[in-house]
Ligand binder design. Structure first.
Ligand code: GLY
Ligand code: MN
Length: 461
C-alpha cells in the first residue's frame, strides 16, 4: 500500500475532475470456485485499489464530487468470522490508513445512495465486469440489472482513465519490481524445460517464482509448445526435441501491480536454422516497434511498423509478396500476426480494459473492424507516464491458413503453397514492458535475454 497522502490526493483529483454528484466505487467480493467457502484467490477491483488501496473483500468507497468528502463502507469481522480468517483490522483503522475518517456500515450505503437519488444528484459508477457487483448496483439504484451498463458513467470512466494511465513514480517503482520478478519467472522456466517434461512442469516452475515473491501470477500462465494459439492455457503436452516453447507469464506484486513478459526458446539447447530465421524476424519487428516509442507517436503506427516488418521479412521465405504498405493496409499480415503489438499495463495486465478499450486505447475513436487490427488494444498517441507492452509475434495457425486458402483470401499478397510448408512451425513472440518518458522510453525491470545467442546461452546454463 502507498501512504494515505497518495490515496487522498488521488481522490481529491478525481472529485475535482468530475462535474459533480456521487462517485460509487464498489470493491470486489470473494468469488466461489465450487462452493461458497472454497474461493478463488481474492483479487480486489483495480479502480477501488487505486483510490481506496485496501485489498480486502466486501467494501465500497464513495466520493462526493461536490464536497470532495470520501466515505468507506464495510463491516467489522465478528469473532466467529475471525476464528476462520484470523484478525482483520477494523474498518475505522483501514479508513485511517487511506485518509478516510468517514467510515460506515455496509448497509448504510443504501441510505446514502437513496438520499442522493431523491435529491436529484448524479450517481457515477463504472460498468461492472462481475455479475455480483452488477446485481448489487441494481439493488442500490433500484433498477433492473439490465439497465446498469447504460447507466454507467462514461464521464467517470474517462476521468479515471486520464488519471490511471499516467503512472506516478511510486507506481513505476512497483511495476519495475513486478517486471524484475517476471524476468526471474522466465529465466526459471527457460533454464528448466527439457524434452520429455510436460508443459505443466515448466508452468509450475514459473509460478513458483511469483508465489515465492509473496505475490501471484498476474494472469493465467501460458507455457506451451503450441505458441500459435494466442492465449493457450493448456499445459498437458509432452515437450519434445525440435519444439519451440512459448512462455507468456507475469508477476503481480503484493501491491497488485503487474508485469507481463513473453519469451520463446528452443526445447533443444539451440534453435534449428529455420527457427532462428523466423525468430530473428520477430525480434526485428520487436526492435522496430521499440525504436518508435516516444511521446507524440501514435501506437497504431508502432503496431503497423511491426506488421510491415513481419510482412516484408516473410518475403524472403516466399510466403508473402506485393507491396508491403498495401498488403498491411489490406490486413494480409494478419494471417501471421492476428493480434496487437501491445497494451497498457499497470494494476491490470491489460490496464483498465474493463473501462472500455475504445477510451483506454483509442480516446473514443472507433476501433477498426478489420481482422487483426480489431485486436489492437492501444492505438492512441503516447504520453510520458504510459506503461505498455511490446509483443509482436509470428504465428502459423493451421485453421486460419486453411480458411484463408479455401477463400483464396488476398492471394495477391500471400503464397499459400509456401505457407503450407510452415503448417507445423507453431508460433513465437517476445514481450517487454516499457515506460514512456519525456525523451523516449525506458524498458521496465531487468533485461530478459532476447537475442538468439542470449536465449541459447540461458538454455545451456
Ligand atoms: N500476456 C497476455 C496478454 O497480453 O494478453
Ligand atoms: Mn501482454
Amino acid at each position: 500500500m502507498f501512504s494515505k497522502e497518495t490515496y487522498t490526493a488521488r481522490r481529491k483529483k478525481l472529485a475535482e475532475s468530475l462535474s459533480g454528484g456521487l462517485i460509487l466505487l464498489p470493491g470486489n467480493e470473494e468469488a466461489p470456485m465450487n462452493y461458497t467457502d472454497n474461493t478463488y484467490h481474492f483479487r480486489q477491483d483495480s479502480t477501488f485499489l487505486y483510490y481506496f488501496g485496501i485489498n480486502q473483500a466486501s467494501l465500497a468507497g464513495v466520493i462526493d464530487a461536490d464536497s470532495g468528502e470520501a466515505m468507506l463502507f464495510g463491516d467489522d469481522y465478528s469473532v466467529e468470522m475471525i476464528v476462520w480468517t484470523g484478525v482483520v483490522p477494523k474498518i475505522s483503522s483501514l479508513g485511517e490508513g487511506i485518509g478516510v475518517t468517514n467510515v460506515k456500515s455496509f448497509s448504510s450505503l443504501q441510505t446514502v445512495v437513496s438520499e442522493a437519488i431523491s435529491s436529484g444528484r448524479a450517481i457515477h459508477f463504472l460498468n461492472p465486469y462481475r455479475s455480483d457487483i452488477l446485481i448489487r448496483l441494481a439493488e442500490l439504484l433500484q433498477c433492473n440489472y439490465q439497465a446498469i451498463p447504460e447507466k454507467a458513467s462514461l464521464e467517470l470512466a474517462r476521468v479515471v482513465i486520464a488519471q490511471r494511465e499516467i503512472k506516478s513514480s511510486e507506481e513505476i517503482a512497483e511495476i519495475d519490481k513486478a517486471v524484475d520478478i517476471t524476468v526471474e519467472m522466465h529465466l526459471a522456466g527457460m533454464r528448466y524445460a527439457r524434452p520429455g517434461m510436460r508443459e505443466s512442469e515448466v508452468a509450475a516452475k514459473v509460478a513458483e517464482v511469483a508465489l515465492a515473491a509473496n505475490g501471484n501470477a498476474s494472469f493465467p500462465i501460458i507455457a506451451t509448445i503450441n505458441g500459435q494459439t494466442l492465449h493457450n492455457h493448456y499445459h498437458g503436452n509432452i515437450i519434445k526435441s525440435g519444439d519451440l516453447f512459448l512462455l507468456d507469464a507475469g508477476a503481480e506484486t503484493e501491491t497488485s501491480y503487474a508485469g507481463d513478459l513473453s519469451s520463446t526458446f528452443p526445447v533443444d539447447p539451440t534453435f534449428t536454422s529455420i527457427q532462428k530465421e523466423i525468430y530473428q524476424l520477430c525480434l526485428d519487428a520487436h526492435m522496430a516497434a521499440v525504436a518508435m516509442l516516444k511521446p507524440g507517436t501514435a501506437f497504431k503506427e508502432v503496431h503497423l511498423t511491426a506488421c510491415r516488418t513481419i510482412f516484408e521479412g516473410l518475403k524472403a521465405f516466399g510466403l508473402t509478396k506485393g507491396d508491403t504498405h498495401e498488403a498491411v493496409e489490406a490486413g494480409a499480415h494478419a494471417l501471421f500476426f492476428p493480434c496487437g503489438t501491445g497494451h497498457m499495463m499497470g494494476l491490470d495486465i491489460h490496464d483498465m480494459e474493463n473501462l472500455g478499450e475504445q477510451w483506454v486505447g483509442y480516446d473514443g475513436v472507433p476501433k477498426s473492424t478489420q481482422f487483426g487490427l480489431k485486436s489492437l488494444r492501444l492505438a492512441k498517441e503516447l504520453r510520458p507516464g504510459y506503461v505498455l507492452t511490446i509483443e509482436p509475434g509470428i504465428y502459423f495457425i493451421p485453421d486460419l491458413m486453411d480458411l484463408w486458402k479455401s477463400e483464396k483470401h488476398m492471394e495477391q499478397f500471400l503464397n499459400y503453397t509456401e505457407i503450407e510448408k510452415f503448417r507445423n512451425f507453431g508460433g513465437l513472440r517476445n514481450e517487454e514492458d516499457f515506460l514512456i518518458t519525456e525523451e523516449g522510453a525506458r524498458r521496465l525491470g531487468k533485461a530478459l535475454p532476447l537475442t538468439i545467442e542470449g536465449v541459447e546461452g540461458v538454455r545451456s546454463q
